[in-house]
Design a protein around this ligand. Structure first.
Ligand SMILES: [Zn+2]
Length: 466
């Protein structure tokens, strides 16, 4: 939303509320043009047709897209050419989805180390959008996308919402981790309007016992067709409101979540609070794979955007590692990219009751993190924002032992120094709470859970304190 970092950082928080709303309008208009232009309409219309295809039509489409992608990467992307040549793999070896296991897996560390080599030589930088994310492990990941692919990704996301009767242009409340309302603000309004995108924005930092009354009153005094955002933030809204004895009188019809996996207790609490239909989509910020609920609540692979491949982890384990191969943005191709999640695939023999023939995932196991409680009482689960530009951190985990402080466990790169520590401390102040004390612990590795998953946030607080 808030595009230019330095403006966002220094100017925006000091503006009066009406100018912050105007800034949201300005960026919302730009955002809306980028996402919802003519291209978006074309993509959405095509996607609404292709989701009716038979299994063999889908297979033929994906195989053709894959052959094109592999040829393109071999001819234009130095990283793939070198790596495949050293393994004696030629484009002709990859004829279909079934041939993918012949190619090596691309890890996040490969992307960090080879960013410039992963960029296509056939494209000018003007056509690219730069992206940064930190994902689950705190590893800062920088990459490029073609500007065109942004509209395509949004069309895929809106196809999902259309399945539940929503339309681009439906008014909604978006629960975000971005600091649209500055952290220091101590009186309402704890929301901002982004009217071109038809949304009210509420950031997680203000969902606290002291402010929840105003937020629920705001939600009740408006007619929002749906809520969107991370499950963990909407869950914080539901539980903080419930604990304050507050209820929704103006309810959304649908809650559309994404970007992190929905846990059972979150689903239960959100449904109880909103009374809405809950629908979810799975995706990654790298834009190379996506799966969206159908009305039967199966996750259908959005096969036009890319392939979600199942890689065996251990014999007999129904959960498999997800590897993504993306079709939408060949300028920086992700091929067999290990995104860090696992899933249980649906049966290929049985097609879904909804009538769609694309592959399904019945269950996705993404992050299962705890949350940190700030001195103000906000429950913060997402710290990706903090680490996305700290390139000297290899991995990081946030641990809370007691109220008022956290310990950041860091695996350093050799270039890490004390300035990085200051930077992280400052970022915590900006993204979570200025009153939170931040300690550091340096480790050689961060141990995984027994199932191999990385936990970004660990809370050892007694439940009663959370
Ligand atoms: Zn279905």
């Amino acid at each position: 939303m808030i595009v230019h970092e330095s403006v966002a950082e220094h100017v925006y928080p000091r503006l009066p509320v009406f100018l912050q709303n105007a800034a949201c309008w300005y960026y919302g208009t730009k955002e809306s043009q980028q996402r919802f232009g003519k291209l978006f309409d074309q993509h959405l219309n095509t996607l609404l047709e292709s989701e009716k295809w038979s299994a063999s039509e889908i297979e033929a489409y994906q195989d053709e897209k894959l052959r094109g992608l592999i040829r393109y990467a071999y001819e234009n992307v130095p990283y793939y050419r070198q790596r495949w040549q050293s393994l004696r793999i030629a484009p002709a070896d990859i004829q279909s989805r079934a041939d993918l296991p012949k190619l090596p897996v691309l890890t996040k560390e490969d992307v960090v180390r080879n960013r410039e080599q992963l960029l296509s030589r056939a494209v000018s930088r003007k056509e690219l959008a730069f992206r940064h994310t930190s994902g689950t492990t705190g590893k800062a990941l920088h990459f490029y996308m073609s500007k065109e692919s942004i509209a395509f990704q949004w069309a895929v996301w809106w196809r999902h919402r259309l399945r539940f009767g929503l339309q681009p242009g439906s008014w909604h409340a978006n629960f975000t981790g971005k600091r649209v309302v500055p952290l220091v603000q101590q009186s309402p309004p704890y929301w901002r309007w982004n009217r071109p995108m038809r949304q009210a924005l509420i950031n997680m930092h203000h969902i606290t016992p002291a402010k929840i009354g105003s937020i629920v009153e705001f939600l009740n005094s408006n007619r929002f067709e749906f809520y969107s955002g991370y499950p963990s933030i909407i869950h914080a809204l539901a539980t903080t409101a419930r604990e304050a004895g507050l209820a929704l009188t103006s309810r959304p019809r649908v809650v559309a979540t994404g970007a992190e996996n929905m846990l059972d207790f979150q689903r239960r609490d959100i449904t109880e609070f909103t009374g809405a239909i809950l629908t979810d989509q799975y995706g990654c910020s790298e834009g190379c794979g996506n799966a969206s609920h159908c009305p039967e609540f199966a996750y259908h692979e959005d096969f036009e955007l890319g392939i979600l491949e199942a890689q065996e982890r251990a014999a007999g384990d129904p959960a498999k590692t997800i590897l993504c191969t993306g079709f939408a943005s060949e300028v920086f191709p992700f091929i067999r990219y290990e995104v860090g999640d696992t899933a249980v695939w649906g049966s290929e023999a049985k097609s879904c009751l909804c009538g769609r023939h694309s592959r399904t995932l019945s269950h996705i196991e993404g992050r299962k993190d705890d949350h940190v409680v700030t001195p103000e009482g906000a429950r913060i689960m997402r710290f990706d924002y903090i680490f996305k530009d700290i390139v000297n951190v290899k991995e990081a985990q946030v641990v809370q032992q007691c109220l008022g402080e956290v310990t950041v466990r860091v695996v350093r790169r050799t270039t890490y120094d004390l300035k990085d520590e200051d930077k992280i401390r400052t970022e915590f102040g900006r993204w979570s709470s200025a009153a939170l004390k931040v300690n550091f612990q340096y480790v050689n590795e961060i141990e995984r859970e027994r199932n191999g998953k990385f936990r970004a946030v660990v809370s050892n607080l007694k439940r009663s304190a959370t």
